[in-house]
Design a protein. Structure first.
Length: 245
């Protein structure tokens, strides 16, 4: 009997900030029907239990500043499994289109004739709300700048100085190796006393947080033994307290 030819499809799916219950309903349903899941380092492994028993689950993670699966290899795996298995889910921590390279994978898959789907996820900075840190607050912060702490060449984004010119909240991803440079940038602009918070493992039971002033980011990091994965929130909202509202 002739077997059915698999229909190649790619679902680029956001796993959320960590807590597996924060995945969307649509994302949950897609995981249930996946033939292959290619999952990242920051995607909660508990989400893999949602998949059907015969689903193939393959780790393609990238440890910050450590070992990683090259993006070109991931592209080839997407192509291979889409055409040999059918439904491939690319499971990424947070949201795939916010520093997740998800759109690169969408473009590649389409070039190969693979049908693609994007399913958003809750990005990690939104988990700051669990610590009573809103990203915006009336009369205090009228916007949010989302910045990468480490560009492709390893340097700090020049957008940080632009962001500092407004009262917007600054949210920095992948910035833990740049805390000294971030602090010095604010100090040099006379903004060293701006409130700041560092949140590690946002939304998870092992979540840790340090609050203080941006000029003291290094002290905050060392005294609380913080490392990646973490987000840095800078702005007046980071100094908010429920008791003072």
């Amino acid at each position: 009997m002739k077997q059915n030819t698999p229909i190649p499809e790619l679902f680029v799916l956001g796993a959320g900030p960590g807590d597996p219950e924060l995945i969307t309903v649509k994302g949950y349903k897609i995981l249930q029907q996946a033939d292959v899941i290619l999952y990242d380092n920051l995607a909660n492994k508990a989400l893999l239990d949602i998949a059907k028993p015969d689903c193939e689950k393959i780790y393609v993670g990238k440890h910050p500043y450590g070992s990683y699966t090259p993006q070109e290899t991931i592209h080839e795996m997407i192509k291979h499994y889409a055409f040999t298995k059918g439904s491939v889910v690319r499971l990424k921590g947070g949201d795939p289109f916010i520093f997740g390279r998800g759109f690169e994978e969408i473009v590649y898959a389409r070039e190969q004739g693979i049908k693609t789907h994007y399913i958003p996820g809750i990005t990690s900075i939104q988990a700051s709300g669990f610590l009573d840190i809103p990203l915006t607050h009336r009369a205090m912060s009228e916007g949010v700048w989302i910045i990468t702490g480490t560009k492709k060449d390893g340097s700090l984004s020049a957008d940080l100085k632009l962001a500092m010119q407004s009262n917007a909240t600054v949210a920095i991803y992948m910035g833990m190796k740049q805390v000294d440079a971030i602090a010095q940038t604010y100090i040099s602009e006379g903004r060293g006393d701006t409130p700041a918070a560092i949140i590690q493992h946002a939304s998870l039971p092992q979540q840790k947080v340090a609050r203080g002033l941006v000029k003291d980011l290094r002290e905050m990091t060392d005294s609380h033994q913080l490392t990646h994965p973490a987000i840095i929130i800078i702005g007046e909202v980071a100094g908010l307290s429920i008791e003072h509202l």
